[in-house]
Design a protein around this ligand. Structure first.
Ligand code: AMP
Length: 371
């Protein structure tokens, strides 16, 4: 299947050509035709499946083809996502795919001064990408009017629930016009999410791709048995031998991430720690340096790494094991994306044996041990 066969319009096809994607991903193949028909959608897919393009492309196409003549711009599409990092990534996606249209898009998120965001809103936007808190703030201050929304995306609904945003979403829903297309995405479907989706979707098409365990199949996984005090030396040895470019190292705690970064820097291995204690500016800088290849290694906590979207992430290292097995799958899912191969190495001390058992049970695969 090609993008052309999905009836994607010329300006977007031209933009896709620049991205050099060979073909649509499964979620794109299934979701784009449904969404282009104006139907509501329940998409069960996690980050890394190409889901952002699956909702961005149909929204851009529908808005582009029905652009009103007047000068006045109203917000016609709202994309709600749980974290700033995701919001920025989605905004970048809209920049990519709408580059040959006249549509404007804006991103807003908390933790930074609101004034530049308000200034941009004043200039008018067709598409708004937002995190819940900042969105509600700016609505309250009357900087945002949602009366003209025709497309609404709720991204990573399960994570919204985890992060305590469900209440905000329930406050937002009645403000949106009744007549609209809703695209609802979640990686998992716990009861609370299933009932939320039922309450806001009208006759949705359901699209489901790559359940968690099958994602793991494209990734080479290895296990090292190593006690805690020896982990940093093992990491240094691996990074010294392995010449792969972009490496994401997971640490269970912020303090641990800083400590690993200090040790590596001392040994001349350029790296940065990424976690919630850093300012938004520092986190953004770290991500930009990593994406551009300036920084080879990032050490991150699970929360900070959520949604990190680096196309060529070649190696993931679990310096510590996570507390739950699902997190392991999310972590290593950041490599081996969209058809690329990836490697995930895990450092396991004797206190962590039990977690390895849980992971093997969840993924149905035995982790090969390197001795
Ligand atoms: P997402 O699931 O939206 O976070 O996307 C995951 C990654 O896949 C991003 O780096 C996208 O740029 C990339 N991607 C999206 N669509 C395609 C495609 N059709 N072919 C190859 N890569 C893609």
């Amino acid at each position: 299947m090609t993008f052309k066969e999905l009836n994607i319009s010329e300006p977007i096809l031209k933009a896709l050509l620049k991205k050099e994607y060979s073909s649509p991903t499964p979620i794109q193949e299934q979701a784009i035709p449904v969404a282009l028909n104006g139907r509501d959608l329940l998409g069960i897919a996690q980050t890394g499946t190409g889901k952002t393009a699956a909702f961005a492309i149909p929204i851009i196409q529908q808005l582009d083809q029905s652009q009103p003549q007047g000068k006045q711009r109203n917000i016609q599409a709202l994309i709600l996502t749980p974290t700033r990092e995701l919001a920025i990534q989605i905004d970048e996606c809209f920049s990519d795919y709408s580059r040959y249209t006249n549509l404007r898009h804006t991103v807003i998120f908390g933790g930074v001064n609101q004034n530049p965001q308000v200034e941009k809103l004043k200039r008018g936007t067709d598409i708004l990408i937002a995190t819940p808190g900042r969105l509600l703030d700016l609505i309250k201050q009357k900087h945002i009017n949602l009366n003209h929304i025709r497309h609404f995306v709720l991204d990573e609904a399960d994570r919204m629930l985890d992060m305590g945003f469900i209440h905000d979403i329930k406050r937002l829903l009645p403000i949106l016009p009744k007549q609209k297309q809703t695209l609802f995405f979640s990686a998992t479907m716990p009861q609370a999410i299933a009932s939320l989706s039922k309450s806001i979707l009208k006759n949705p098409a359901r699209v489901e791709v790559a359940p968690v365990s099958s994602v793991v199949d494209t990734i080479e996984q290895c296990l090292y048995f190593v006690e805690k005090p020896d982990k940093s030396q093992l990491l240094i040895d691996i990074l010294g031998k392995d010449k792969r470019k972009s490496v994401l190292v997971f640490s269970r705690t912020k303090h641990g991430a800083d400590k690993i970064a200090r040790v590596l820097n001392k040994r001349g291995i350029g790296c940065e720690a990424l976690h919630g204690n850093k300012t938004q500016g520092a986190r953004q800088r770290a991500l930009t340096n990593f994406k551009s290849g300036k920084t080879r290694v990032i050490i991150a906590t699970d929360i900070a790494a959520r949604g990190i979207d680096i196309i060529n992430l070649e190696l993931v290292i679990n310096y510590d094991l996570p507390d739950v097995a699902e997190t392991y799958v999310h972590r290593i899912g950041r490599t081996g994306r969209a058809g690329n191969t990836g490697t995930a190495l895990t450092f396991c001390s004797h206190e962590e044996y039990e977690m390895v058992r849980d992971i093997q049970k969840l993924t149905g695969k035995k982790l090969p041990v390197i001795t």
